[in-house]
Write a protein that binds this ligand. Structure first.
Ligand code: C2E
Ligand code: CA
Ligand code: CA
Ligand code: CA
Length: 279
């Protein structure tokens, strides 16, 4: 049916109903997708100062049989609202560990680290630690090459529980990065208390770098903060050589962004590592 968005309240109501129906359809389809393996992980390289690939971030992709690719920006929030993020997150965890386990057997790739995104809801499940440890074991994945990316909103809710789970997993060698740093509710007190390894500078502060160089760049403040806390830093969303250069001057040593590589299917990622961009 054709929809018109005009001032007619009845039509407006219809548009809202359509939107709700669309969401319900998508929810059903996402549920099916998780169990029918329509999801896959793409990998985006993370590089050092010499542009050597040191690892990757896994980003989930949904290729819908009729609608084509649906962006995570659309289906992750839906998954969060509906609880589907739990089976989805578990699938990501297992698939990530499977990939790490495979890399481990190949001398060309066994140095690579893998970062996985973990949603707050997933992390707060009482059995989260067990799920991670079971996935690692199932695929013989090296724990010390697995990083879990968490977001700041975790620490609003249950800071003690969060620290406890992180500490438990860290004892096994798993590392933690704080994603989208600076965009949430960062509290310096939490930051100090958390067993973190890495801060990820959000793309918003990287984008700023070329436009706004007179002001003290926020990225510089984050890098200094990380240094004083003994944490590593990764700048995300680096798209231009200028941005990379400014970041390097500010003391950043690890990068991720289209400048170095887009997220690609797992099979395409490995050859790229061997034919390194630093050459
Ligand atoms: P994120 O974790 O902050 O991931 C980085 C996003 O920035 C990715 O978008 C990536 O493709 C994009 N990106 C990387 N480099 C550049 C660049 O140079 N320029 C620009 N403009 N963008 C860049 P993507 O893949 O669409 O994912 C969006 C968000 O969806 C992620 O943001 C994350 O919050 C969520 N997400 C993705 N995969 C997963 C997952 O497996 N589990 C969970 N819980 N969330 C996920
Ligand atoms: Ca991330
Ligand atoms: Ca991020
Ligand atoms: Ca983000």
């Amino acid at each position: 049916a054709k929809r018109h968005r005009d001032g007619d309240p009845q039509r407006f109501h219809q548009a809202q109903e359509d939107e709700l129906e669309e969401r319900l359809t998508l929810e059903g389809e996402l549920r099916r997708a998780i169990y029918n393996h329509e999801l896959c992980l793409h990998l985006q390289p993370q590089v050092d100062e010499q542009r050597r690939v040191i690892g990757a971030e896994a980003l989930v992709r949904w290729s819908h049989p009729e609608r084509g690719n649906i962006s995570p920006g659309r289906f992750i929030p839906l998954a969060e609202e509906t609880g589907l993020i739990l089976p989805l997150g578990l699938w990501v965890l297992k698939e990530g560990c499977r990939i790490l386990g495979e890399w481990c057997q190949d001398p060309g790739y066994h140095h690579l680290k893998l970062s996985l995104n973990v949603s707050v809801r997933q992390f707060q499940q009482p059995n989260f630690v067990d799920q991670v440890l079971a996935s690692i074991e199932q695929y013989a994945a090296p724990a010390e090459r697995l990083t879990l990316e968490l977001t700041e909103s975790l620490f609003l809710n249950d800071p003690e529980g969060t620290v406890q789970k992180m500490t438990e997993l860290r004892k096994k060698g798993i590392r933690f990065a704080l994603d989208d740093f600076g965009t949430g509710y960062s509290s310096l007190a939490y930051l100090k208390a958390l067993p973190l390894d890495t801060l990820k500078i959000d793309i918003a502060f990287v984008r700023d770098l070329t436009l706004n160089m007179q002001a003290t760049p926020i990225a510089g403040t984050i890098i200094a903060l990380a240094e004083s806390l003994g944490l590593a830093v990764i700048a995300e969303g680096v798209e231009t050589e200028d941005q990379r250069e400014v970041l390097a001057h500010l003391g950043c040593s690890t990068y991720q962004g289209f400048l170095f590589g887009r997220p690609v299917p797992v099979e395409s990622f490995l050859p790229e590592v061997l034919t390194d961009t630093s050459a």
